[in-house]
Design a protein around this ligand. Structure first.
Ligand code: FAQ
Length: 314
């Protein structure tokens, strides 16, 4: 089939709501966009273990420690599903990791901020996982089968993460004056970086048009950001917390919360590698990769021996 006819047929399948599977024909650009976005997403899950992981040894009770340990472990699992789903597009895991470690591939800006207090653990669960759910509930309907299926499972776990984060936040918000101050201070630091997670405004988002056309995304960055604000302002108010935005105002006509402008210089600066924790995060990943070399070698050797055994047996 001619390239153009194939592209038209592909678009028809997308418009009918059919899922695209790994062995199906797809435009090279569709493949490249998915590799970019999904590998970036996988890296975010893995780098995203670091800020909260920082508090595992200092959790204030055994219960809190167990919940945090399993949450951080879930994020590792999400990274693994996503690397596997991305491999179905013809890129190897080694290539993806190389791209992360060389700085060629991005990961979410949010993970370049420090976790300074215990309240940050609750705030990340509530806000960062809350933002991830809004974005990923949409991606669960994405046209690429393996991505969409990974998202369904991931969203179930992220919902639990958000609930545990909000429960921590609510507990601190009705705790001692010091706890109340600590959780409000944490919200003040994380609110704006969380809004940045949704990416640049629609008119400055070069990838959105293609991703919408191919039904990878069904909503724009600004639409998702607005859903996040509407939901989380209500949740903040329900536990007596204040959103750190003097311009925040409810618009009765639209039924939405209007909010102030994001500091886009800060966003682009973090993406370029100059956020407060970019260097530390990359150093931690590089060190983990080097120290994991013997594990990868042992796993390969084990797989080789298993294969030999199976060959002998057959
Ligand atoms: N950070 O044209 P657009 C989580 C880049 S998972 C860094 O609008 P697009 C779970 C963008 O890549 C969080 N870079 O891009 C968890 C592009 O650069 P490129 C991760 C960003 O793809 C919780 C350029 O700016 N989630 O939190 C960011 O249409 C707790 C122009 O942007 C995903 O990755 C950013 N925030 O929209 C884990 C979801 N925003 O690549 C641990 C999947 C934009 O052309 C603890 N990804 N850029 O060089 C997406 O939904 C989309 O890719 C967006 C960006 C919305 C991130």
């Amino acid at each position: 089939m001619e390239e153009q006819a194939r592209k038209e047929k592909f678009q028809e399948r997308i418009d009918k709501g059919e899922k695209i599977e790994p062995k199906d024909w797809m435009p090279d650009r569709y493949r490249q966009q998915l590799i970019r976005m999904m590998s970036q997403h996988a890296h975010s899950e893995i780098v995203g273990m670091l800020p909260e992981g920082n508090w595992i040894t200092r959790a204030p009770s055994l219960r809190r420690k167990m919940v945090l340990l399993s949450k951080v472990q879930d994020e590792a699992g999400h990274g693994m599903y996503l690397y596997s789903a991305t491999e179905t597009l013809g890129i190897s895991r080694e290539e993806m990791i190389d791209q992360l470690l060389s700085g060629e591939a991005k990961y979410s800006s949010i993970f370049n901020y420090p976790t300074l207090t215990w309240a940050d653990v609750g705030i990340i669960g509530w806000l960062v996982d809350g933002a991830a759910i809004i974005n990923q509930t949409m991606l669960a309907r994405s046209s690429y089968g393996p991505y969409s299926r990974a998202m369904i499972r991931i969203c179930k776990e992220e919902n639990f993460h958000k609930k545990q984060g909000y429960e921590m936040v609510a507990t601190m918000a009705e705790g001692t004056p010091e706890q109340q101050e600590m959780v409000q201070e944490s919200l003040n630091r994380w609110w704006w970086p969380t809004l940045m997670m949704f990416g640049p405004h629609d008119d400055e988002s070069p990838n959105s048009a293609e991703l919408l056309k191919w039904d990878v995304k069904q909503k724009t960055n600004d639409e998702l950001r607005q859903s996040f604000v509407d939901r989380h302002v209500a949740e903040a108010h329900a536990v007596g917390l204040e959103i750190p935005d003097p311009e925040l105002e409810f618009n009765e006509e639209t039924g939405h919360w209007e909010f102030g402008e994001i500091d886009w210089d800060e966003f682009w600066n973090v993406i370029r590698g100059n956020g407060p924790m970019n260097r530390e995060r990359m150093n931690a990943r590089r060190q983990a990769h080097e120290e994991g070399q013997w594990v990868r070698e042992a796993a390969e050797e084990y797989a080789r021996k298993q294969k030999l055994k199976e060959e002998k047996a057959s």
